[in-house]
Design a protein around this ligand. Structure first.
Ligand code: ATP
Length: 254
């Protein structure tokens, strides 16, 4: 009996560990207007390199820092679902549609965190978007609560109504993956009978973790441009997404 109990021990320990193990979950937010192979390569690289358990794809309802998406939330959600179908670790969340307004990353994060309070959280992001993190709402809180996985990005913007043609993406491979997030700190000091308050502006230096992958010069803007120009988007997006775009006549208007 003693022997069989001993043999059971590692098995029990393994299960207890599995029970208390914090799942590694990454959020991958984006407009996905539409989703393309660049997005999929980024997510797969993050999963592999950081041994993530799950990636939650979160289409933004209305992005705060860029022009409104060209197609509806439902279309973008459908295209993400088609693109990730069958991947065991990829999941999609419609959490941003609950707000029906501007989608702030902090609200997305809080909503998902409530569902998985014991997870270790990661955020997947392209280097161009990462550089704008200091301007996000509650960036201090977000920065502190997530591990930032940053994809290299070096490319030219496709010329498009909302952007200048040929405008370069802000950040590529060679840029350091560090951002300085302003921290608001108020200090007060007593001199004589007077209480002085002053505002200090220290910074939180946040380091992103580089995703080891080749830069992929594909963007949603490029796909939209190709559609408008009646040019092929085959091999720029998954085949299921290409068929969806064709069938629903998306991105055809110039
Ligand atoms: P758009 O061209 O409309 O700006 P996009 O291609 O940047 O779209 P988004 O859905 O806005 O696509 O991107 C979601 C996230 O993926 C962002 O963090 C963005 O920086 C990143 N990303 C998208 N495409 C790439 C790429 N080719 N290389 C690296 N990061 C990318």
């Amino acid at each position: 009996k003693l022997l069989t109990d001993r043999m059971k021990l590692p098995f029990i320990r393994y299960n207890v560990n599995a029970l208390i193990k914090m799942p590694n979950i990454a959020i991958f937010g984006g407009t996905f207007d539409p989703i393309h192979w660049g997005h999929l390569l980024i997510a797969e690289t993050a999963l592999d390199q950081f041994h993530l358990d799950r990636i939650i794809w979160v289409p933004t309802f209305r992005p705060p820092h860029k022009a409104p998406p060209l197609v509806s939330f439902e279309h973008r959600l459908a295209m993400v679902s088609l693109a990730i179908a069958g991947h065991p670790a990829f999941h999609v969340s419609a959490v941003d549609s609950q707000q029906q307004g501007t989608s702030y990353a902090i609200a997305t994060f809080k909503a998902l965190q409530t569902l998985e309070p014991n997870a270790c959280w990661y955020w997947i992001i392209g280097n161009d978007a990462f550089q704008s993190l200091p301007h996000w709402r509650a960036s201090q809180t977000l920065a502190a609560q997530c591990i930032w996985l940053v994809a290299p990005r070096l490319m030219q913007r496709a010329g498009e109504g909302e952007r200048a043609a040929g405008e370069e993406r802000a950040a590529g491979n060679d840029q350091p993956l560090e951002v300085a997030i302003p921290l608001d700190v108020f200090t007060s000091s007593q001199s004589g009978s007077k209480l002085n308050s002053s505002r200090l502006m220290p910074y939180l230096h946040l380091n992103g973790h580089r995703l080891e992958m080749p830069s992929v010069a594909v963007s949603s803007s490029l796909i939209r441009q190709q559609c408008r120009d009646k040019r092929s988007i085959r091999y720029l997006v998954p085949e299921s997404v290409r068929c969806y775009i064709t069938e629903k006549l998306l991105y055809q208007m110039s």
